[in-house]
Design a protein around this ligand. Structure first.
Ligand SMILES: Nc1ncnc2c1ncn2[C@@H]1O[C@H](COP(=O)(O)OP(=O)(O)OP(=O)(O)O)[C@@H](O)[C@H]1O
Ligand SMILES: [Mg+2]
Length: 281
């Protein structure tokens, strides 16, 4: 359980990057954080594992205030794993193997367990063992992301926090990564996932969404609550998922179709509407 209680943070200039944020993150759920660029998403999630400390308010991990000076940060970071927005900021070792092994080594695990964790984590992100001896900096963008993700998974954190995991990838690689995250969530139902995304389609796969605007929490709720309120997203400077836009266009033309925001539900609602028209009155 992760809780932010009235958290504010400023990088020094006048405007705060976070302004009085209070949120609860429950174990076992998948969360998305959305908001336009500069709204404070990365700043927010850097508070989750103590990388940044709030200037006002508190961050509680399993009930413990991690903003206190004597907090065991190693223990916090083994429970809350953060994958950075830019994998280059995370990768540093000479080989892919050593990079993924860094966390488990830091936990003081023995050699056999380290190797097992590295192999499992690489398999979980579909990273070929053939890359283990390569420099992480010689990898493609998608492979770098997978390596950074594997390095965090190898710590087996209770909560996995991903800052724009699919940014900079082509549509095929984005879809693959989304599927991978969904799979990690399915296979580890007791673990929590929080991801930041610019894609409304990706955010729709979360169970709960936080919407940030100008450092404030301007809305939160289920995808239904967020995506069926187009004015809310417009105020946050965000667009609707494309499926929801299509449905709205149909509704504006007077076609009786119920609101939906995923490709699957939109298709099904359109099919239902067409089906009704075919029936004799
Ligand atoms: N290291 C820093 N020093 C000074 N200001 C910063 C720093 N990092 C972020 N900021 C400022 O804090 C605000 C929030 O930035 P943040 O990176 O959290 O936004 P974001 O929502 O993650 O944006 P993006 O979608 O572009 O990643 C912005 O106004 C940004 O310019
Ligand atoms: Mg960011």
């Amino acid at each position: 359980m992760l809780k932010l209680d009235g958290v504010s943070f400023s990088y020094g200039s006048g405007v705060p990057a976070l302004d009085d944020i209070s949120i609860d993150i429950e174990n076992g759920k998948m969360y998305a954080v959305i908001g336009r660029t500069g709204s404070g998403k990365s700043t927010l999630i850097r508070h989750f594992n103590g990388l940044l400390r709030p200037q006002r308010g508190r961050v509680l991990v399993d009930g413990e205030n991690i903003s206190k000076k004597n907090t065991d940060m190693k223990s916090v970071r083994s429970r809350i794993g953060l994958v950075f927005q830019y994998p280059e900021q995370q990768l540093f070792a000479e080989t892919v193997f050593d990079d993924i092994a860094f966390g488990p080594r830091n936990l003081g695990l023995d050699g056999g367990e380290i190797e097992k964790r590295v192999k499992e984590a690489a398999a979980a992100v579909s990273l070929s063992e053939e890359l283990f001896g390569k420099s992480p900096f010689s990898l493609s963008g998608g492979e770098k992301r997978r390596t950074a993700l594997a390095g965090v998974l190898a710590m087996k954190p209770q909560t996995l926090v991903l800052d724009e995991p699919s940014a900079g990838l082509d549509p095929g690689a984005r879809r693959e990564l989304s599927k991978l995250i969904a799979k990690i969530h399915d296979e580890n139902p007791e673990n929590t996932i929080v991801f930041v995304s610019h894609s409304m389609e990706e955010a729709a796969s979360a169970e709960h969404i936080f919407v940030l605007g100008g450092g404030r929490l301007i809305a939160e709720g289920t995808p239904d609550e967020i995506f069926l309120q187009p004015e809310l997203l417009r105020d946050a400077g965000l667009s609707l998922p494309r499926s929801a836009e299509l449905i709205m266009k149909l509704q504006k033309r007077g076609i009786p179709v119920r609101s939906a925001y995923t490709p699957e539900t939109a298709a099904s609602e359109i099919a239902k509407s067409l089906e009704k028209e075919r029936l004799p009155r």
